[in-house]
Design a binder for this molecule. Structure first.
Ligand code: MN
Length: 323
């Protein structure tokens, strides 16, 4: 997906001063954002209260939306740099195409992992025909400096490892969890896990104490360490936890996101992650000029590309974080 805001703001993210030195239980309410024509999403990262959780730098949650009578998701070609996109569906189906020639339709519990690295362009659309409901999360992982210029790549993993016990079925999207390791390529220590909880579950979910973590209410809500987590909301758990207690009344899906606190400072603007305003400006100009850095997505005309909006009048620079 794309941020697709008409006037995106530049954000400086990363750095250890935003990381809790110990356990936290901070509810992060979602910000409603409209992507393109009538596609509302809930943005959980970055928000005013928190910019990153480990290397996870962007979290949008959408649905369940009834798209039976609509064209569903229609995200036309747009570029990315310096990040990975992790697409995760609870319900529905998405057709991904990119400038590497990837042409993949993926569904629930499958990992669509795109490493933008040096530069890539992609599109995401509901196929024709498509399932009635569309429900999922679009996540970005920031690439560390040593990997951010890597060659672009796309991975589709239709089967992912996990385990089931005590009313919990865990599916590992990224990293390792409970002895299972995702085949998805990761460039920094992180974890992403789908927690599918039965009604009446009461589980202690193991955590890596050196990581910071957050939980997203992806489908339904739960009680997290005694605090209610609603559908579409996120709770930041801080660092230093060996486990988190989760209880449910009804069947619930949570996304556990975590990782080693991301030390580097980043500049995020529109669909780009860079290290300076000058870099971001160059990415935007090159994309809008049709530069070969990003390539072209087969199947789309030149006039179907999403162009980068006007850059802010003040030069983008890596300012100190402002809450
Ligand atoms: Mn995208």
């Amino acid at each position: 997906m794309s941020t697709s805001e008409p006037r995106p703001t530049a954000r400086t993210v990363g750095g250890l001063d935003d990381t809790a030195a110990g356990p936290a239980l901070d509810l992060l309410p979602a910000k409603e954002v409209v992507l393109g024509p009538g596609t509302p999403v809930r943005r959980l990262l970055p928000t005013l209260g928190r910019r990153m959780v480990g290397a996870w730098a962007f979290v949008d949650h959408y649905g369940p939306d009834d798209v039976a009578a609509t064209t569903g998701m229609q995200v036309t070609p747009h570029p990315h740099t310096g990040l990975q996109t992790v697409s995760w569906l609870i319900e529905g189906s998405v057709h991904h195409r990119d400038s590497l020639g990837s042409d993949v339709t993926f569904g629930p519990r499958q990992l669509a992992l795109m490493t933008a690295g040096h530069g890539i362009a992609h599109s995401e659309q509901s196929p024709v025909p498509h399932p009635r409901f569309l429900h999922g999360a679009q996540l970005w992982v920031a690439l560390p400096d040593g990997a951010r210029d890597t060659a672009p790549a796309f991975e589709h993993h239709a089967a992912l490892p996990g385990f089931a016990s005590d009313g919990l079925t865990a599916t590992v999207l990224m990293g390792s969890f409970g002895g299972a390791t995702s085949p998805g390529t990761a460039y920094s220590p992180l974890v992403g896990v789908d927690l599918d909880l039965a009604a009446g579950a009461d589980v202690e979910v193991p955590l890596e104490p050196d990581f910071e973590h957050a939980l997203l209410g992806a489908a339904g809500g739960a009680d997290v360490e005694g605090a209610p987590l609603a559908h579409g909301a996120m709770v930041y758990l801080g660092t230093g936890r060996r486990s988190v207690r989760i209880r449910t009344d009804a069947p619930t899906r949570l996304l556990l996101l975590g990782g080693e606190p991301f030390e580097e400072r980043l500049v995020m603007w529109w669909n780009f992650v860079g290290r300076s305003g000058e870099e971001i400006t160059e990415y935007a100009e090159r994309w809008n000029d049709g530069d070969a850095r990003f390539g072209a997505v087969p199947g789309f005309g030149e006039d179907e590309r999403q162009l980068a909006p006007a850059l802010p009048p003040v030069p983008l620079k890596a300012r100190g974080r402002v809450r």
